[in-house]
Design a protein around this ligand. Structure first.
Ligand code: SAM
Length: 207
C-alpha cells in the first residue's frame, strides 16, 4: 500500500504508533474487559482479521483453509509478525498479513467466506463504507462477525449516558439498533447479537 496523504481520524491513526502497537497486547487490550469484553480465550466465533490477536488463534484452530490478518496499521502488523515468529505452534502456510483500509479491501467480490473484525468498528473512519465493502468481498452465505463498544446499553445507568455520548464524538460508538441498521442497509441478513455491559458481538450474513 503506497503512502497517501489522506487524513484519517485520530481513532484510526493512533494504532499506527509503534508504542501503542507495542502496548496493545501488553495491557491496552485487557482494559476492554472492564466494558464487558471477554478475553480472546473465551471467544467461540469464527474467521479472520486484526492486529493478530485473533488471526493467530484462528490459524492455530486449524479450522480455516486460509486466514488473512489485515490492518491499516503497519506497526500492528509488525507486532503480529513478531508474535508469529516467537510461536512455534503457528503454521504460516495458510496465514497472510495484509496492510489495507477496511473501506478498500484488496479482495475480489464474493471471494471471502467470513470476516471477523474484533474491537475495530469504532476505530474505522466510516463504518458504513466499511460494512458495505465487507459485504462486497463476502461470498453468498458468507458471514461478518464483529465486536465493538456500544454507546450505551439498556443496563447503562442514565447518569453515565451523557458521558458516553461525549466519548462517542471521538469514536464511532453506536447503539444496538444502529449496528443492526448498518448491517441491514448494507444488505446483510440473519442478524444476531450478544450484549454484555457495553460490549456487543454481532453477526450477519450475506444472502
Ligand atoms: C482496538 S484495535 C483491535 C485489534 C484486534 N482486532 C483486537 O480484537 O484486539 C483496532 C484496530 O483497527 C485498526 N483500524 C483502524 N482503522 C482501520 C481501517 N480504516 N482499516 C483497517 N484497520 C483499521 C487499527 O489499526 C487497530 O489495529
Amino acid at each position: 500500500m503506497k503512502d497517501y496523504t489522506e487524513i484519517n481520524p485520530v481513532r484510526t491513526e493512533i494504532f499506527r504508533s509503534p508504542l501503542v502497537s507495542f502496548l496493545y497486547e501488553r495491557g491496552w487490550r485487557q482494559s476492554f474487559n472492564q466494558s464487558g469484553f471477554p478475553g480472546p480465550a473465551e471467544v467461540v466465533c469464527a474467521p479472520c482479521y486484526g492486529s493478530g490477536l485473533f488471526s493467530r488463534k484462528f490459524v492455530k484452530s486449524g479450522a480455516y483453509s486460509k486466514v488473512i490478518a489485515f490492518d491499516f496499521s503497519e506497526n500492528m502488523l509488525r507486532q503480529c509478525y513478531d508474535y508469529i515468529k516467537q510461536d512455534n505452534n503457528i503454521s504460516t502456510i495458510n496465514l497472510g498479513l495484509v496492510r489495507a483500509d477496511v473501506s478498500r479491501l484488496p479482495f475480489a467480490s464474493g471471494s471471502v467466506d467470513a470476516v471477523h473484525a474484533g474491537a475495530a468498528m469504532h476505530c474505522w473512519p466510516s463504518p458504513s463504507n466499511a460494512v458495505a465493502e465487507i459485504c462486497r468481498v463476502l461470498r453468498s452465505g458468507g458471514v461478518f462477525v464483529g465486536t465493538t463498544f456500544l454507546r450505551y446499553s439498556s443496563s447503562t445507568p442514565w447518569i453515565e449516558r451523557p458521558f458516553r455520548e461525549r466519548i462517542s464524538r471521538n469514536f464511532n460508538f453506536f447503539t444496538e439498533e444502529e449496528i443492526e441498521d448498518l448491517c441491514s442497509t448494507c444488505g446483510l441478513t440473519n442478524y444476531s447479537k450478544k450484549v454484555q455491559q457495553t460490549f456487543i458481538m454481532f453477526s450477519a450474513q450475506k444472502p
